[in-house]
Design a protein around this ligand. Structure first.
Ligand code: 5GP
Length: 122
């Protein structure tokens, strides 16, 4: 069963304007901002404005408009930040095994350098 949404998670606070962020894109359904601890020259977090814990929660409950807005934002951001041609990685961590730290569904967009193989063993 999906975890209950915690309205006090960090990204909920960013959405409410209680914590600042370096905003890179905003529309009716989506906010994107720079990761505070970047793992690559481009490291962007793309989050729905709605209260979803993870990809499976979003996939089960989000509207078509919300789903489309996430991927439209990713398309826009990869072009805008110059990584559409060179390549990038999309990651969405979920739960304990996925090492999710912030329990509000998000995609990481990582790029700007060769990122190596997909997973470490640790
Ligand atoms: P997760 O492990 O949940 O997939 O990733 C959470 C990400 O959120 C991490 O990459 C972390 O650096 C980022 N993060 C955590 N707190 C903040 C914050 O207050 N502001 C921003 N911009 N990023 C944050």
């Amino acid at each position: 069963m999906a975890m209950a949404y915690d309205p006090n998670n960090i990204f909920a606070k960013i959405l409410r304007g209680e914590i600042p962020c370096k905003k890179l894109h905003e529309d009716e359904f989506v906010l994107a901002f720079a990761d505070i601890n970047p793992q690559a020259p481009v490291h962007i977090l793309v989050i729905p404005k709605g209260a979803y814990v993870s990809a499976q929660d979003f996939g089960a409950r989000a509207s078509a408009a919300e789903s489309q807005a996430i991927f439209r934002a990713i398309a826009h951001l990869t072009e805008q930040h110059g990584i559409a041609a060179t390549g990038y990685r999309l990651i969405s961590n979920a739960g304990v095994h996925g090492h999710q730290e912030v329990p509000h569904f998000h995609f990481h967009i990582l790029g700007g350098r060769a990122l190596g193989s997909m997973l470490t063993r640790s």
